[in-house]
Design a protein around this ligand. Structure first.
Ligand SMILES: Cc1cc2nc3c(=O)[nH]c(=O)nc-3n(C[C@H](O)[C@H](O)[C@H](O)COP(=O)(O)OP(=O)(O)OC[C@H]3O[C@@H](n4cnc5c(N)ncnc54)[C@H](O)[C@@H]3O)c2cc1C
Ligand code: SF4
Length: 484
């Protein structure tokens, strides 16, 4: 990689430290350590306070990055968290888990490494928690209006916090036994320990948000009954339908969706007993699909002492550097190396999976793959290139096709468009008073977008209930990352 001025080395040195692999493999604790104060100040001080800060645009929340960089540079941590919380309810989630599209649009990034914005962000909130600066903000008066938020992922939580603070009485319904959505049962502790989530939930409870876990809306309470009981409803149920791979052998034992596997291990880490847990221990594991879900499967399999871990991707390997067709300030698709990848395993590109092969008792024993070739823009297996790779456990991390539609269609008659409930610019559906936010509305996405949509939907619900709103609305449902 061309780096005549050694900028990339500088950036590597300034990224957060990771605990040594030998120690990490033994436990489920977060991989990243807190950054040291001097490095953070230096990074924050690199911010140029641009006249037109493109990083605002790159961040779906419109985080006021130059402002808090400057405050951190000056050691004003308390003011920094206030500016950060002004646009982001949960900087600990984004500071640990966001892919940081803001850094792709940092002006410094034109000719040198961008400011490590995400690292500054997480340090601000870590410092705030450590100093008890994160306090509950209960409303001064109640409006007497009630809102049901269905789904307790980042979208539902952000909406609930905004509306509670605006004085509405908010109940968050969650069908799982614990609150948190994918932050609880999707994302492993080595990326974000659950105590981080629990601290924030405590603050929300102290503000007055009510949590109702173990309630499946559409089943335990119908959607129409819920709407009748509350003045407004926000559907923040996520994008939970996994993309399948209907090829020969799909039904052999040992081929699972990634979420079946990850949820079980997250439960075990939380102290639950899981009978017949799907585990990678002593197995050759093949993970189909890249992305965050695939990486989480890889990291989990390593911690369970898999014999080998192979990650297959059907497409080409993304480039290491920004390609010409994705110039600054867009967020380019680059070859990503997460901590889970560094811990081991093999990554194979242009690998089309054509069959799952089983042994005599019906358990998966191998995956037959072929080289991918592009025919008329379609990716197809190239004949004559087939080969087998051993597999005792196969995990499908191929993304999600959208939210579950049953109850919403049958009980509220909500029309679906392109796999998601149709909604207007104000997040409202055809059913008056029912709004949709987060992955349930935009399809599989990111935590930062979920928080942004939760905040924006909350402001629209507030307007619906009160006729006007003071809550900020950072994004519209159609907003997308900066692209060409
Ligand atoms: C394994 C994995 C790892 C990821 N890692 C990252 C990452 O590192 N960084 C990142 O930015 N993004 C990541 N993502 C994506 C990110 O987690 C999602 O975009 C985000 O959580 C979406 O938030 P949400 O609130 O819309 O929905 P979710 O977090 O999916 O929450 C929806 C909740 O609604 C509940 N629910 C559904 N239907 C009902 C019902 N009928 N009644 C009651 N409750 C219901 C569900 O149980 C769930 O808890 C990851 C996704 C996965 C699957
Ligand atoms: S939320 Fe994500 S995009 Fe926004 S400032 Fe933080 S790391 Fe950057």
């Amino acid at each position: 990689m061309a780096d005549p001025k050694g900028f990339l080395k500088t950036r590597e040195r300034e990224l957060p430290a990771r605990r040594p692999v030998a120690l990490r493999l033994m436990d489920w604790k977060e991989v990243y350590e807190q950054g040291d104060a001097a490095t953070l100040r230096r990074q924050a001080g690199r911010c140029m306070d641009c006249g037109v800060p493109f990083c605002h645009q790159g961040c779906p929340l419109g985080n006021l990055i130059p402002e808090w960089n400057d405050l951190m540079r000056r050691g004003e941590g308390r003011q920094a968290i206030e500016r950060l919380h002004a646009t982001n309810n949960f900087p600990e989630f984004t500071g640990k888990l966001c892919p940081a599209p803001c850094e792709s649009s940092c002006v410094l990034g034109i000719n040198q490494p961008p400011v490590t914005i995400k690292q500054v962000e997480v340090s601000i909130i870590d410092q705030a928690w450590a100093n008890d600066w994160v306090e509950p903000h209960p409303p001064e008066r109640l409006t007497g209006k009630t809102v049901a938020v269905v789904g307790s992922g980042p979208a539902g939580l952000a909406a609930a916090q905004q509306l509670t603070r605006a004085g509405h009485t908010v109940a968050v319904f969650e069908r799982d036994d614990r609150i948190g959505g994918l932050l609880r049962y999707g994302i492993p502790d080595f990326k974000m320990e659950k105590k981080v989530l629990d601290s924030r939930l405590k603050q929300m409870q102290a503000e007055g948000t009510r949590f109702r876990a173990g309630v499946n809306i559409g089943d335990d309470i119908s959607w129409s009954d819920l709407r009748a009981r509350y003045d407004a409803v926000i559907v923040a149920t996520g994008s939970t339908v996994p993309r399948d791979l209907p090829i020969p052998g799909r039904d052999v034992a040992g081929v699972h969706f990634a979420m079946e596997y990850l949820v079980e291990q997250n439960r075990v880490v939380a102290g639950d007993t899981v009978t017949d847990q799907i585990t990678a221990e002593g197995k050759h594991v093949v993970v189909l699909g890249g992305g965050d879900t695939g990486a989480d499967c890889i990291g989990t399999a390593h911690r369970q002492n898999a014999l080998s871990v192979t990650n297959l991707a059907i497409g080409t390997q993304p480039p290491l550097e920004r390609p010409e067709h994705q110039p600054w300030p867009t967020a380019p698709t680059l070859f990503e190396v997460q901590s889970a990848h560094e811990e081991g395993g093999e990554r194979m590109y242009l690998a089309s999976t054509v069959e799952f092969l089983s042994n005599e008792v019906g358990e998966v024993r191998a995956v037959r793959i072929a080289e991918t070739e592009y025919v008329d823009g379609r990716r197809v297996p190239k004949s004559g290139t087939e080969r087998e790779i051993p597999a005792d456990l196969v995990l499908l991390a191929l993304g999600f096709t959208g939210p579950e539609s049953q109850g919403l269609e049958s009980q509220l008659s909500l029309p679906f468009e392109q796999g998601v409930p149709a909604r207007a610019h104000n997040y409202e559906t055809d059913y008056s008073g029912v709004f949709v936010a987060g992955d349930a509305g935009r399809g599989q996405s990111l935590i930062v977008w979920a928080i942004a949509e939760g905040r924006a939907a909350a402001s629209e619900v507030d307007r619906f209930l009160e006729g006007d709103t003071l809550l900020p609305a950072p994004v519209r449902p159609t907003d997308r990352p900066i692209s060409l």
